[in-house]
Structures are given as C-alpha cells and as structure tokens.
Design a protein around this ligand. Structure first.
Ligand code: MN
Length: 500
C-alpha cells in the first residue's frame, strides 16, 4: 500500500481551495510528479527515519498553502531529484517542461550556497540573486524546502543544525522579507530562533504566555465592539482577527527597548479586513471615535507603502482598562500581498507563466539596491565593514560551465573572465563560448552568461593587445606580469652564450 498517497490528496485539496483554475489535467501532472519523485527517491530516508518523499511533499504543501502556482508546486515535488538521485534536470524537462526544469535547476544551485560566516556572506547573497533573477520561483521553492528542514532540524547533529539555522536567519529571512513574503520570513525566523538563541527563546516564550493571559479577554471584547460599530455604520468587513506578535520579532523589539514590555505596542495586533480602500479609512475614523489613539502611532502605509510593497493602515489604541492594542486595517488584496508577497502577484496579475507584472520586475531589479541597504543597516555594518559598498555597484555575475559564479565589472570580456579563473587559463586562451556559441574574446559579458574558455596548451603568453581590451585590474596585472616574464626570458636568452 502507498502510505504517502494521503499527503498527495491533501496537497490537491489545498490547491483546489486556492487555485480557481486548477483542473483535472493539472491534477494528473501532480500525481505524475509524485510518482516520478517517489520512484527516484525510493529507498532513501530522512534523518528522522521517514521515507525521503515526505520532504518534497511537505515542501509542495507549503508552496500550495502560500498560493503558489501549480508549476512551482510541481517543481517543489521534484526539487531534490536531480540533486540526490540518478535522474537529471533533462529528465525533469522531458517530463514536466522547461519551466519546471528551470526552477528545479535554480533550486539545485541555491543548495550549493552555504553560510560560511560573515566573510562569505556577501558573496553568497550575490550568488542567490543571480539565480533569483532567472526565475524567482526557484528561491521560493528553496524557502519552503528550508522551512521543512528547519521543522526537522532536531535530527541533525548540533553543529550542522546551528549552521542551517544561522543561514536561514541571516540570508533567507531578509530576502523573504524583501520579497514581501511575511509568512515565510516569520516562519524561517521563528523556526531558527531556538537553535541560535535557546535561552532568549525560552524567555520570550514565557513572556508571551503571561501577556496572553492578561490581554486575551480585552482583545475578545474589543473585537466584538468593533464588529458592532462597523455594522451600525453600514461597513461590511471580511474578517476581524487578532494575532500575537511573532516570537523573534518580539525578541528584537525587547532588545531595542531594554526588555521593557510596556514599550512594545504591537504585542497583540488586531486585523480588520474590508472590501476597499475607502472602507479602510472609514474604519480608522470609527476606531478613533471609540478609543483614544496613541500619539504618533498612526501610520498610513496605503498612501505610502513600505519598500517591500506592504500596504495597510496602522493605529494603536487604548482599549478597555488602558490596554494598548495595535490595529491593522487593509483590503483582502493588501492582506494577501502582506502574507504571500510575490505569490500574490501571480494570483492577481494575469498569469503568463513565469512573468511578473512590469511594475514588479522593476522592483526586483531594485533588490540590488537592497544589498547596499543591508550593508548600511546597523545590524550588518559591523560585520561588513571590510566590504566596500561600491563593490556591489555595476557588477555582473556570470557562470563557469560548472555553475560557479564569477563576479565582474560591467562590460568585462571573456579575457577578464579567463584571468579571474587562473593566470594559465588567461595566458592560454584562444577563444570563448558564451552560452554555447563561439564568441570573440572582446564580447562584453552580460549578467547570467555561461562562459567557457577555449585554451591552447602550446600557447604560453598573452597577446599584448589584450591590455587595451580588458576591464579588470586583475586581468591587466596578470597580463603585464606574464609579458614581463616573457621579455625577461628573452633577454636572458640573448645574454646566454649557450642558448641556441
Ligand atoms: Mn530539499
């Protein structure tokens, strides 16, 4: 009997609930992906003792819960096949098409990005960006893959567990945040938190527990009161809910306020979801007639969205007994964007597969600026002092045929690339293949190009004309050094009476 079929059924149920256009044909592909992954992972086990297939199915399940399109979900099911089994990306492509294959290939590449402490941090980030630019869905599959790995982190040896937790916190979570996927960011942080700061985690957990006891009744009553007032003002609402602040972000906030809980106003936030923007402002007005708002805490992220496109109205009110509660007011669409970020973009935009609405494309390009922003922020500055900020500017990232990333300045040539790999490769280079087609050594390289250098072993010295072509100091220095060596040898030979 196939004991994992129920997981696939659950997955399909989830997709049906969130994807209006999910049809029988797509359902068949989900099953096909499952059988393909199951067959290839046969006999493999997770450290937990589970059959390996449990992991890709869990990954696909969270992708479905975050409203990702079926292409991404299929990629989630087969994401570890090329990495861990005899089957290849080409097999995935033959069975599930180019898009799924591209996403899976990206995931495999991302798996090679490992957190090696701060020194390598910037470099890893850059690597991730390159992959992300190709198809951003690779990175989301990787996030959901990571969420399941964090959920099962207790089976890893402590050192490795810590490494994975840190990597999730320092690299993945900030990117998820930047992509506007608050749901993923929170899950990554809260899952990694106890492994990185066990004592602090326990402390914050106990703090939250006490607070909840104290505030729960006030919040319940406030919700009822809001519902009643909205009704009598003829405002239809979609939902009124409350949520307790995410553990890790509470921890950070407590640290900035000297562990003073009274300074944390959004410990419990209420969320009112209404039909349209007009109603958002109407609700805000109504709230302020019922309760006194806290000065300086009214924020209009609808008129001025956060850099990651987050939109909402925020206010903080003194509820019953002077209890302070934050209220967030937004439309359903804003809410979906806040939780699912780019996933929501796929939902709301015309879904030409893999393409983002133009506005969004531009925003992703802006991600590059974000690298600078991170470097500027207090949190990272100390550790990144050695990294020159302008280093990030106008750089391109290209691949070796093996998939290693080399970063070069804009307009660098295959010769620069060759010298960046090794002086001998530079000196012996006679031609290049860019993205599989023969190209001149002067061709300016573009972001994402795959470059293969053709060498001739009998050639030992660079062409002096290359000094006029190359764009990097590294290449220029190496060419000069080699040319000097060559003329040095010549002059030696001339002076040597025994030479031919
Ligand atoms: Mn995986």
């Amino acid at each position: 009997m196939d004991k994992h079929k129920n997981r696939v059924n659950k997955l399909i149920e989830t997709i049906k609930k969130t994807h209006a256009d999910f049809d029988e044909a797509q359902e068949k592909i989900i099953w096909k992906a499952y059988y393909f992954a199951k067959k290839n992972h046969a006999g493999q086990k997770r450290l937990s003792g589970d059959d390996y297939i449990v992991h890709p199915l869990a990954t696909a399940q969270s992708l479905a819960e975050m409203h990702f399109d079926t292409t991404t979900i299929i990629a989630g099911i087969v994401h570890d096949v090329p990495e861990d089994t005899g089957a290849t990306v080409a097999d995935v492509k033959a069975l599930f098409g180019r898009e799924v294959a591209t996403i899976v290939e990206g995931v495999t590449k991302l798996s090679k990005v490992k957190y090696r402490g701060m020194e390598r941090y910037a470099e890893n980030l850059r690597k991730m960006f390159v992959t992300m630019a190709k198809d951003i869905r690779s990175i989301v599959v990787k996030f959901c893959d990571r969420i399941h790995n964090l959920q099962t982190l207790q089976y890893q040896p402590p050192q490795k567990a810590l490494r994975i937790a840190k990597e999730s916190m320092e690299i993945y979570a900030p990117i998820a945040n930047r992509l506007g996927i608050g749901e993923i960011k929170s899950q990554l942080e809260d899952l990694a938190f106890p492994y990185i700061y066990p004592q602090e985690h326990a402390w914050v957990k106990s703090v939250i527990k006490d607070i909840m006891k104290q505030k729960e009744r006030v919040v319940t009553r406030a919700k009822k009161k809001i519902a009643k007032e909205l009704h009598s003002n003829n405002i239809e609402y979609i939902s009124i809910t409350s949520r307790v602040k995410q553990l890790y972000s509470l921890y950070l906030k407590l640290m900035t306020h000297n562990k003073n809980l009274d300074r944390v106003y959004d410990l419990i936030a209420m969320r009112i979801i209404v039909k349209d923007v007009k109603d958002c402002y109407a609700v805000l007005g109504i709230l302020h007639t019922i309760w006194t708002p806290l000065k300086g805490r009214i924020k209009d992220y609808i008129a001025q969205p956060k850099p990651n496109n987050y939109q909402s109205l925020h206010t903080t009110i003194f509820a019953e007994r002077g209890e302070i509660i934050e209220v967030q007011i937004r439309t359903q669409e804003m809410h979906d964007y806040a939780e699912f970020g780019i996933a929501a973009h796929w939902q709301y935009s015309e879904r030409r597969s893999g393409t983002l609405p133009p506005k969004h494309k531009e925003w992703i390009r802006n991600l590059v600026d974000w690298q600078k922003e991170i470097s500027d922020s207090e949190k990272y500055l100390d550790n990144l002092q050695k990294v020159k900020l302008d280093f990030f500017k106008r750089r391109i990232f290209v691949f070796t045929p093996k998939g290693d990333v080399i970063d070069l300045p804009e307009d660098a040539t295959p010769i620069d690339f060759a010298y960046h790999i090794h002086t001998d490769i530079g000196n012996r280079c006679v031609g290049s293949r860019i993205n599989n087609s023969i190209s001149s050594l002067e061709t300016p390289l573009k972001n994402g190009d795959v470059i293969e250098i053709i060498t001739n072993k009998s050639r030992n010295w660079p062409n002096p004309d290359w000094l006029k072509i190359v764009k990097t100091t590294v290449a220029r220095d190496k060419i000069r050094t080699s040319l000097n060596k060559k003329s040095g040898l010549k002059s030696l030979n001339l002076k040597n009476p025994f030479s031919k």
